[in-house]
Design a protein around this ligand. Structure first.
Ligand code: NZQ
Ligand code: ZN
Length: 386
């Protein structure tokens, strides 16, 4: 196991009908900006309930944070927050709203007007000293943003990652009832996203991190079991609760502590979203099976472990086990009606070159847990995903 620091201050409020507890968690004198997306949170009454739970506090609303939030939209929100001297942010939505709100939290307290700098640090924490405190009401389980310190914002047609311990939510509400209005395809996206968050921290090279490995395998097995149930059956609330907690646990830092990580699928997937507007989880499901086939020698030991412990494949040679595990993984995404080929989304070789160009512009030319996944290999992966 590698050395690590683990820090996570987010208070999770899990369960149905607990929104009134907001009153205990938001400072009584706070001036709150409630942020939300296109329309769902408003249309389904969540914003009204949140505002009611905030009681006498002064509330400013900012709606319109789009899926894959844009820098410009978030700067508008930042301006509004500054104008009103807001001192607490409350995100009501999925990953896009939560990430966007984290950005607003940083930008609102950032001395310089050149807010773009905040975004340029990738996985290294941004060099800011303070941020507005924020809380989250999660309406879409997927990204884990509700219990981590990262965010992704679209700037100039590219996905920019930022991290800061200052953006850990103070609290996050995980209420399964708030997710019942999700269209089926968003459930599928969320299952794929959570699954692949685990894979990117688990399917690398062995490091004898037994707790992290077995926890990762537990989350993967849970998603395999309850993902399809939640996709098919909106009323199975216990399955949904397990889906929600799987998604949060997949990216709250626990399984990633002390292990090598490979975020290649995410980095490639992000640019598929930025260029072709394919939902985040879907882009990952397209890339991952093809990446695993390309990297099967590199990831051999962990792939065998994955085959045996996650897919219970105990017969055949090691190579047969690996092939079956990767095929099963792709079939799992397909069973959620996620098509795992680029041609389905109208992306041809020209489109693939655009992805390569974006990665190059972002300096992402040496991806993976060992930094040896070059753009030529990315090209090969994407061509095989055609
Ligand atoms: O905008 P509205 O109308 O609210 O509709 C949203 C949106 O169109 C809808 N939705 C959300 N909750 C709903 C609902 N519709 C009905 N009922 C509900 N209860 O769902 C659509 C998608 O929402 P979005 O927030 O974009 O999805 P997701 O949670 O998958 O977030 C994706 C974003 O998170 C980033 C991605 O890059 C992308 O920008 N990620 C953030 C990460 C993090 N912070 O750690 C890690 C991830 O890997 C990911 O990169
Ligand atoms: Zn993701």
């Amino acid at each position: 196991m590698l050395d690590f620091d683990y820090y996570n201050p987010t208070h999770i409020v899990f369960g149905q009908n607990r929104l009134e507890e907001l009153d205990k968690l938001v400072p009584p004198s706070a001036k709150v900006m409630v942020t939300f997306g296109g329309q769902s949170a408003k249309k389904f009454g969540t914003i009204d309930n949140v505002v009611e739970a905030l009681g006498q506090r002064e509330v400013i609303e900012f709606g319109g944070i789009e899926a894959n939030p844009k820098f410009e939209t978030l700067m508008e929100a930042t301006k509004l927050a500054k104008q009103h001297d807001v001192d607490f942010l409350l995100a009501v939505g999925g990953g896009s709203v939560m990430d966007g709100t984290k950005f607003i939290a940083l930008a609102a307290n950032y001395a310089s007007d050149e807010h773009q700098n905040i975004l340029f640090n990738g996985f290294t924490p941004v060099p800011t000293e303070s941020a507005l405190p924020l809380g989250c009401i999660v309406t879409l389980p997927a990204t884990g943003s509700e219990m981590n310190m990262g965010g992704v914002v679209t700037l100039n047609g590219q996905k920019m990652v930022f991290m800061s311990p200052l953006t850990f939510p103070t609290f996050s509400f995980l209420d399964p009832d708030l997710t019942l209005t999700l269209p089926k395809e968003q459930i599928a996206n969320g299952v794929a996203d959570a699954f692949i968050h685990v894979i990117e921290q688990y399917l690398t090279v062995p490091t004898q991190a037994m707790v992290q490995d077995r926890t990762a395998e537990g989350i993967l097995k849970t998603l395999l079991e309850i993902g399809p149930v939640t996709y098919q059956d909106n009323d199975d609330i216990e399955a949904r609760k397990n889906f929600i907690w799987s998604a949060t646990s997949a990216l709250n830092g626990t399984i990633g502590a002390g292990v090598p990580q490979d975020w290649s699928t995410h980095m490639i997937g992000h640019e598929l979203t930025a260029l072709f507007d394919i939902a985040h989880g879907r882009t990952l499901a397209i890339v991952l099976p093809h990446l695993l086939r390309e990297r099967r020698d590199h990831k051999r030991d962990k792939l065998i472990q994955y085959a045996e412990r996650v897919w219970d494949i105990h017969t055949g040679t090691d190579d047969e086990k690996i092939t079956k595990a990767i095929d099963n993984t792709e079939a799992f995404f397909n069973s959620l009606d996620i098509v795992t080929h680029l041609s389905h989304y109208g992306i041809d070789e020209e489109g693939i070159e655009k992805v390569i160009k974006n990665l190059e512009n972002l300096g992402m030319t040496a991806l993976s847990e060992s930094g040896d996944l070059s753009l030529d290999i990315v090209r090969k992966i994407l061509l095989s995903a055609k």
